[in-house]
Design a binder for this molecule. Structure first.
Ligand code: WTA
Length: 645
């Protein structure tokens, strides 16, 4: 038990949930699940109250996920209007740009004004309830405004990470059928400009269905402009009416789509609905970060990921909390940038990803010591398992040993948190997402689907629904069922491996499917392979993850070239650039290993298990290789790898 970090008593004393309250409420949330969530749903302002809490069944033949279904509401009213007029002049967003002298405060009143005007602009462009608007913006307040303007009129936002390429953007626009795109002239990251409008224009050459593009002037750089199709955000807002009547939507009407990678090539558009998502996001945000009025919150995630949707945008807005929004990167202009921001805004709750901590850790304590971090009360982690070494650094150097670490385990699919050490209640163990959130029933199963009790290692599943979970994959409900509910009937399968210890704490070990987690970003190996294999020189490729000091996992690509093409350093570079252009810089292969052939079974399936071992420089423990159709191929791969080391 030496690894147990008790809850600091003074922290527990003023926490929303202490140990006793957790036991009590968790028990109740399972025994009286309907009553528990009914009470939680009281957190929202409903237009028409719901009569029935849930109707759910994890049966692959009859899947049902419905929460608060006959209730109606409007998300933007819950996120903004209800904090007015009381908070009109108080800050909602404290924005700091990529350059440290660029700052803006957006009050609740200003936010409301922008949202209402943009909602009217969208309406005038023909956007109606249920239509999808794609948002391709940097981390600027206009991203909040854009999302809120959509939901004000019942439209559905689909935010695409601004680091994605034109091609990735085009695919997501096409899948969602968006008719309007909201983007910016450029983004700024680490002193460099990101050509968003240029990417958008390129994407739109194949997407004539997008009739209008609203362009935010972020840097003011000259960019191509198509009159009739494009309009400047500021001009359009200035001309728009300042009030837009919020549209009443049903709890089960879609709120947003968010794309994520899966184990097949095509990214999945997860669909989240309004009532359940907002209840889970809003109530869990306050509980797991133990937010109290006055606490400044900062989540470093990019607006393109679910982490930002739930816990940077919806969670704080629903609670009327002030958040820091930072456009740039932690290491620019130097590696004390984040710490300077915490000091400047007196951040109380800081939520980030292990990959960033690992890279900052390398810089030592110097950059941290230059700043006063005494405002911090709670530290959060998300996106990948946090290794105990990074955990300890976070706890002792950033949190000065005072701040509990909230290691939040969840997914784009789950909408909000499932496992988390609630900070006033659950003692920390480094690297463990610890215990279930209220209403959540974790189940560990073996490969055959047997439920394992006590100390166990297996696949992470959950039993019984929770309100924030995604309802379907856009246009592919069958894939939704097949991926999450068919593997272990009666359960939701996450795709992650897990270990439960003697104290009933859970430690997520990482993906057990063909998804790799690179710097907290999910990448499907098949998606990467299709990108590589679309290059004219490539006959075939196979991608696996391998242990990477900073990224957690890196991208390792085995590439077989077409006959007559010779391996070269130029070709290697060209392939890396090719993948960046197809998907985006986050997908850049770290290693490209030429392979004369790939090991396959007799059915022609690539044996990634063996390739992953070789990528990790483990040349011995291949296990059963009797299924390899041509064993000589394995020897050749091992030899080529050893030759490059
Ligand atoms: C991983 C991000 C361990 C996991 C919210 C999951 C984690 C995937 C944690 C979802 C954590 C996320 N500990 N692993 N605290 N949080 N993961 O959809 O593999 O971008 O399946 O959602 O990230 O990534 P996604």
């Amino acid at each position: 038990m030496s690894d147990l970090f008790p809850v600091p008593p003074d922290f527990a004393a003023r926490a929303h949930v202490d140990a006793a309250a957790y036991e009590n409420l968790y028990g109740r949330s399972l025994d009286d699940n309907q009553g528990f969530w009914r009470e939680q749903a009281g957190f929202l302002d409903w237009i028409k109250p719901f009569t029935k809490v849930s109707d759910t069944r994890f049966d692959p033949d009859d899947l049902r996920i419905r929460w608060f279904a006959d209730g109606t509401l409007n998300a933007s009213v819950n996120c903004i209007d209800r904090h007015l007029p009381a908070k009109a002049d108080l800050p909602a967003i404290l924005w700091e740009g990529d350059a440290s002298d660029e700052r803006r405060t957006v009050t609740w009143g200003q936010l409301s004004d922008r949202v209402n005007r943009l909602a009217n602009v969208l309406k005038s462009l023909g956007v109606a309830k249920g239509d999808v608007v794609t948002i391709y913006l940097p981390v600027i307040p206009e991203a909040f405004v854009a999302m809120m303007a959509c939901v004000r009129i019942g439209a559905v936002h689909s935010v695409v990470f601004s680091g994605f390429s034109a091609e990735a953007l085009a695919n997501r626009i096409a899948d969602a059928g968006a008719k309007v795109l909201i983007t910016a002239d450029e983004g700024k990251r680490g002193g460099r400009a990101v050509p968003l409008k240029r990417n958008a224009d390129e994407a739109l050459t194949s997407q004539p269905g997008v009739a209008h593009v609203v362009v935010v002037r972020r840097t003011g750089a000259p960019v191509p402009f198509s009159p009739g199709r494009d309009l400047w955000y500021e001009d359009a807002l200035a001309a728009a009416q300042p009030w837009c009547e919020p549209v009443e939507v049903g709890a089960e009407d879609p709120l947003f789509i968010l794309y994520t990678s899966g184990s097949t090539g095509k990214p999945k558009g997860l669909v989240h609905t309004t009532g359940g998502y907002l209840v889970h996001a809003g109530t869990s945000w306050k509980t797991i970060f133990d937010w109290h009025p006055g606490d400044v919150f900062w989540c470093t995630a990019d607006v393109g990921w679910v982490t930002a949707h739930t816990y940077k945008i919806y969670g704080p807005l629903l609670n009327g909390a002030t958040s820091v929004l930072f456009e740039g990167v932690p290491t620019w202009p130097d590696s004390s940038r984040w710490w300077s921001i915490i000091e400047r805004y007196r951040v109380a709750i800081f939520y980030t990803a292990p990959t960033a901590l690992r890279s900052l850790m390398r810089e030592g304590e110097g950059p941290v010591r230059r700043h006063d971090l005494s405002s911090l009360r709670v530290l959060g982690s998300v996106g990948e398992p946090i290794n105990p070494e990074a955990w300890r650094w976070y706890h002792s150097v950033i949190g000065a040993g005072r701040c509990p670490i909230v290691d939040t385990y969840w997914q784009t699919e789950t909408g909000a948190v499932l496992l988390v050490p609630i900070p006033g209640a659950i003692p920390n163990k480094p690297g463990m997402a610890a215990k279930p959130y209220f209403g959540i029933r974790p189940v560990v199963v073996d490969a055959q689907g047997n439920r394992l009790d006590g100390v166990a290692e297996g696949n992470m599943c959950f039993e019984g629904s929770w309100p924030g979970q995604a309802r379907t994959i856009l246009h592919d409900h069958e894939r939704f069922i097949r991926t999450y509910f068919a593997p272990y009937p009666g359960l939701f399968f996450t795709g992650d491996g897990v270990r439960r210890d003697e104290d009933g704490y859970y430690r997520i070990s990482g993906r057990v499917d063909d998804v790799i987690n690179v710097s907290g970003h999910r990448l499907g190996t098949v998606e990467l392979e299709s990108a590589i294999s679309s290059h004219r020189a490539v006959a075939e490729s196979a991608v696996v993850g391998f242990p990477h000091d900073l990224k957690g996992q890196g991208v390792f690509a085995y590439v077989t070239l077409k006959d007559g093409i010779t391996e070269s350093e130029e070709l290697r570079k060209e392939l890396v650039a090719w993948v960046r252009a197809r998907i985006g810089p986050i997908a850049s292969p770290d290693v490209i290993q030429w392979a004369p052939a790939l090991p396959k079974n007799r059915a022609g399936k690539i044996l990634r298990r063996i390739l992953a071992k070789v990528a990790a420089n483990d040349f011995e423990n291949f296990g059963d290789t009797s299924t390899v159709a041509d064993p000589a191929v394995v020897g050749d791969i091992v030899q080529s790898r050893k030759d490059t080391l």
